[in-house]
Design a protein around this ligand. Structure first.
Ligand code: HEC
Length: 108
């Protein structure tokens, strides 16, 4: 009984610290060309508070969940179907996207 009383707060502490770790473990998206590219072309609609963040949420604070996890979808919409952004991109912007994608869509 005594042992349970000692172990329980310890486990609680482990759970709490694991949780807070998870929240701060996202890699920031800081690519010199593509961070401004996404900010310019996608953020107004898909950033936090943007009207269409439900369809895809652009969050440069978490590269893994926002970019990496959705990369095949992003590639389809931006480069294959050219459906995003709705206003379209210049050839130079499409090339920038493709170069970054082919390089393994790095975060930095
Ligand atoms: C002017 C507003 C606007 C901008 C700018 C915009 N989007 Fe969208 N996006 C939408 C809307 C509206 C939808 C939901 C309707 C739809 O699926 O067509 C959407 C849906 C999406 C989806 C998920 C839906 C799907 O099935 O394809 C992705 C992924 C996406 N956008 C990526 C992007 C990317 C990447 C950019 C920047 C290059 C971008 N969007 C820029 C308005 C926008």
């Amino acid at each position: 009984m005594r042992r349970i009383i000692l172990v329980f707060p310890f486990l609680l502490l482990v759970v709490i610290s694991l949780n807070s770790c998870e929240k701060s473990s996202g890699t920031a998206f800081e690519h010199a060309t593509m961070r401004p590219w996404f900010d310019k072309n996608c953020k107004s609609c898909h950033g936090s508070g943007g009207g269409n963040s439900g369809a895809w949420s652009y969050n440069p604070d978490n590269y893994e969940t926002s970019i990496k996890k959705h990369i095949s979808h992003l590639y389809q919409d931006v480069y294959v179907n050219k459906s995003m952004p709705p206003a379209g991109l210049t050839q130079a912007e499409l090339d920038q996207f493709k170069t970054w994608y082919d390089a393994g869509y790095p975060a930095k």
